[in-house]
Design a protein around this ligand. Structure first.
Ligand SMILES: C[S@@+](CC[C@H](N)C(=O)[O-])C[C@H]1O[C@@H](n2cnc3c(N)ncnc32)[C@H](O)[C@@H]1O
Length: 291
């Protein structure tokens, strides 16, 4: 078993800032729960397949937010299995506990913790999953390496990341519009954050460099559901910790104008309209490896 990572001051500060951002987004995530569930369920499905989750297993969900994919994993491992679901954002964990309670799931333990310095478990994990969470670790390779040391040999870890923004027209519209009005750092797939590891080959490289074998990646085509452009914008803005931070620095009138422009662009884009609702394509990816 590996020892806890010594945090550098810089990484500790980054991790604390990230935790506070997600804590601040927890209420919005609860509000948008049905939309998030509709948006991300195929990623959950792929994670469970890629991590080869089976009944009876002991599984870690690293960065579970308000409970995903921990709840799906808890159902799959069944009463003979167990899930440890961790996230540094306490308010996300509080929601996750309430959701598990509402589903009568008692085989999942939620804990406020970073994956980066998680103490080794009493028994090794049979599988590890992380849905858009490892990408926020200050040092993703170190975190993955450490978790690999807590897994039974042959166990699989599966994690998701986004792909280059060009594959996701909704993300692109928001990014283009924001760039017109706000000075923003360039999207950098090498840095912790939403787009971390989104560049070609980056996810598999990170897993291999962390010591995982038999590394596989696959694209997952999903769509963001919204009733109209205004709803799409409201959801995107409220759910994204980083977007919120940039926009809250602007006067309210400017923010409203940007939101209205994005909503108009989305409403006017025929590609997104189906059955009287919007289905805006996004391309995610799932990578997995064997400990
Ligand atoms: C985009 S949300 C995804 C949440 C959830 N997995 C889902 O898919 O709905 C990212 C989550 O990663 C968590 N996170 C950020 N840094 C982390 C770290 N170092 N260790 C564990 N979780 C972290 C955040 O607190 C946040 O809840």
């Amino acid at each position: 078993m590996s020892e806890p990572l010594p945090w550098t001051d810089e990484n500790r500060m980054l991790a604390e800032r990230t935790r506070d951002d997600w804590d601040g987004a927890a209420q919005a995530w609860s509000h948008w729960e049905p939309h998030i569930a509709a948006f991300l369920w195929p990623v959950t499905q792929r994670l469970l397949e890629a991590a080869e989750i089976q009944p009876g297993q002991y599984v870690l969900d690293a960065g579970c937010g308000m409970g995903d994919p921990a709840l799906a994993v808890a159902m799959r491992v069944g009463p003979g299995g167990r899930v440890l679901a961790i996230d540094p954002a306490q308010r996300m964990i509080d929601t996750a506990r309430r959701r598990a309670g509402a589903m009568d799931l008692d085989n999942v333990e939620f804990r406020a913790a970073w994956v980066d310095d998680l103490p080794p478990p009493a028994k090794p994990f049979d599988a590890v999953v992380g849905r858009f969470s490892f990408i926020f670790c200050p040092d993703v390779r170190a975190a993955l390496r450490r978790v690999r040391g807590m897994m039974r040999p042959g166990a699989r870890l599966a994690m998701s990341a986004w792909t280059p923004m060009e594959n996701s027209p909704g993300f692109l519209v928001i990014n283009e519009m924001l760039r017109k009005h706000v000075v923003m750092p360039a999207v950098d797939a090498t840095q912790p954050g939403m787009h971390h590891l989104s560049g070609p080959g980056m996810l598999s490289a990170a897993l291999s460099e962390a010591g995982f074998r038999d590394v596989r990646t696959s694209p997952v085509r999903i769509y963001q559901f919204a009733r109209n452009g205004a709803e799409f914008w409201r959801m995107s803005f409220e759910m994204s910790a980083s977007l919120k931070k940039v926009l809250l620095r602007l006067p309210e009138a400017a923010r409203t104008a940007i939101g209205e422009e994005i909503a108009r662009r989305v409403d006017g884009d025929e590609r997104f309209h189906q059955d009287g609702v919007l289905r805006i394509p996004v391309l995610a990816q799932v990578g997995s490896g064997c400990a």
